[in-house]
Design a protein around this ligand. Structure first.
Ligand SMILES: Cc1cc2nc3c(=O)[nH]c(=O)nc-3n(C[C@H](O)[C@H](O)[C@H](O)COP(=O)(O)OP(=O)(O)OC[C@H]3O[C@@H](n4cnc5c(N)ncnc54)[C@H](O)[C@@H]3O)c2cc1C
Ligand SMILES: *[C@@H]1O[C@H](CO)[C@@H](O)[C@H](O)[C@H]1NC(C)=O
Ligand SMILES: *[C@@H]1O[C@H](CO)[C@@H](O)[C@H](O)[C@H]1NC(C)=O
Length: 485
């Protein structure tokens, strides 16, 4: 018996010696390894940690080992080397708006490199380009560029980070004229898995350049800055709202399906429907008069109950279309919300009337507050690029649908809502839409996301991954793998 005890004890001893270092030991070495970093580091014991991991979607939380607020490319490089040496996961966070919290890793215990301080915007007026630090938010970008008379097309929410946004496409209110944010990228600087800063453009690492424009969010390295080709801000912009009687929803779709594509590219519209509320908001890059004349047929077919046109400066329209409280000054606030979303791409001729009924019925029966948004792509610049020119494959789209559910905080109600959303999404996608979904509205539960997000580009993307990150340092639950099988 005593022999047995000794045996057990020896076993214990051996186990202790050979076991992975305890949590405390890892933290110390991580701290030590990150010593050369000049930016702030936030560890789990720090008071601000619980705030710093919140981000936009409060439905899920992950607990990183540390958040490094990089202030330079060197800080990013040091972080990558520490993650490799200590064999811990690493993830980039720009604006923290990932729908599945992939900006904090999509799992616990990773090293988060937050890029908020890499927020320089350097405009070259004669070349009409801007080098934009990956940590910039869309609001400050619109503001700074418009001060110099320029714009890039992107989403309307001012607190979204350009890092994640433009790496997955980026569609917004100038989308029909200019296409996606990613379509205007001329080069990208990225820290790779070896900790080296490399450039991706048509001349340098063109395979990586292809991959980053549509599949660059998190899978290949940490992007530190992005060079965009700029477009001039028009002298006058008209934002407008068309309000509809929800009981005549089909008329709105008749207009979207039949007339949408022939609207001038200067006009981008987004239809949003929820119980008791059907509305189109739009931006026209021109005068109110020209907006009203361009919309004549659309209005005739759809019969809005109210129309409003606001002729204003470009930046005033950015503020109007952005979230409440954004005044164009430097730090747009987050609006944390517990939510889950599904996305669908619809090709011409658009959603059938059975499809319209199906989604409307869903909106009217789900227990949690839910809306559907339809962003018109048809007749716009996003469709004029070949599907294999960049990693953004969805080039034949009439509209993009987002179905967005805000959870209540009550666990049993939320479970019912999430289950309904999931099963509705599967059926609706099978019956009424194309096969595809939008990678920027990332959804952890989506089946065959590899092809729904990347289509025929997926295999090529895995080859680029194999070449630039063969050990899969940059991984998260829906990252591009090193092989297609
Ligand atoms: C309120 C709201 C409004 C939105 N509106 C629109 C819209 O109008 N149009 C549209 O197209 N999309 C929109 N989106 C979706 C948005 O584009 C994506 O969620 C995008 O990924 C957010 O980028 P981020 O940098 O803010 O998020 P993060 O959570 O920081 O990052 C998202 C993903 O990209 C990776 N990533 C971030 N930065 C880098 C980097 N520097 N290098 C490499 N990988 C990086 C992260 O690791 C993560 O996987 C919206 C999202 C929200 C929450
Ligand atoms: C940002 O610009 C400042 C001022 O020009 C410069 O000192 C700094 O190095 C730049 N930061 C990065 C990350 O490029
Ligand atoms: C802008 O680009 C031009 C052309 O490449 C270059 O000659 C010039 O120095 C740049 N200007 C600035 C301010 O960097």
């Amino acid at each position: 018996m005593s022999l047995k005890l000794i045996c057990i004890c020896i076993l214990c001893l051996t186990l202790t010696i050979n076991a992975a270092p305890s949590k405390k030991q890892v933290a110390d070495t991580l701290q030590e390894c990150l010593n050369p970093v000049k930016g702030n580091k936030v560890f789990p014991n720090d008071a601000v940690y619980s705030q710093d991991i919140i981000d936009e979607n409060t439905r899920i939380t992950f607990k990183p080992a540390v958040i490094v607020y990089a202030t330079s490319v060197e800080d990013v490089q040091t972080s990558v080397k520490c993650a490799t040496t200590l064999k811990i996961g690493i993830t980039a966070r720009s604006g923290g708006h990932s729908y599945e919290k992939y900006g904090t890793g999509g799992r616990d215990g990773v090293l988060v490199v937050d890029l908020a301080n890499l927020n320089n915007i350097t405009i070259n007026n004669s070349k009409k380009t801007a080098v934009i630090g990956a940590g910039n938010k869309l609001g400050p970008i619109y503001y700074t560029l418009s001060q110099s008379g320029f714009l890039i097309p992107a989403g309307s929410c001012p607190s979204v980070g350009v890092g994640g946004h433009s790496m997955g496409g980026g569609y917004g209110l100038y989308g029909r004229k200019f296409g996606l944010a990613s379509d205007h990228i001329s080069s990208v600087n990225m820290v790779n898995a070896n900790g080296d800063l490399i450039t991706a453009s048509t001349d340098e690492n063109p395979d990586l350049f292809f991959a980053l424009r549509g599949a660059g969010g998190g899978s290949y390295g940490i992007v530190t800055d992005i060079t965009f080709n700029l477009s001039p801000v028009p002298p006058t912009v008209t934002s407008f709202t068309l309000t509809y009687d929800p009981s005549k929803l089909q008329l709105t779709f008749d207009a979207m399906n039949q007339v949408g594509t022939s609207l001038p590219a200067e006009m981008t519209i987004s239809l949003s429907i929820s119980p008791n509320n059907v509305q189109i908001v739009g931006v026209h890059l021109g005068s109110s008069e020209s907006a009203q004349s361009a919309l004549k047929k659309f209005i005739k077919v759809s019969s809005p109950t109210d129309t409003q046109f606001n002729e204003e400066t470009f930046f005033a329209s950015v503020v109007r279309m952005g979230f409440q409280g954004f005044q164009g000054t430097i730090n747009p606030t987050h609006h944390p919300n517990s939510f889950k979303a599904k996305s669908f791409f619809v090709k011409s001729p658009g959603l059938s009337s059975a499809g319209v009924q199906s989604i409307n019925n869903f909106l009217n029966t789900i227990e949690c507050s839910t809306f559907a948004e339809f962003d018109l792509f048809g007749g716009g610049a996003a469709n004029s690029i070949a599907p294999d020119e960049t990693a953004f494959v969805h080039r034949d789209t009439l509209y993009l649908i987002q179905l967005y559910t805000t959870l209540t905080g009550d666990e049993s109600t939320d479970k019912i809502c999430l289950d309904k959303l999931t099963s509705f999404g599967i059926t609706f996608q099978k019956r009424f839409t194309s096969y595809f979904s939008y990678q920027n509205y990332i959804d952890r539960d989506l089946q065959d996301w590899q092809h729904r997000y990347y289509g025929s580009n997926f295999e090529r993307l895995t080859k680029v991954k194999q070449k630039y990150d063969p050990k899969n340092l940059f991984n998260f639950p829906q990252s591009i793998p090193t092989s297609a099988n």
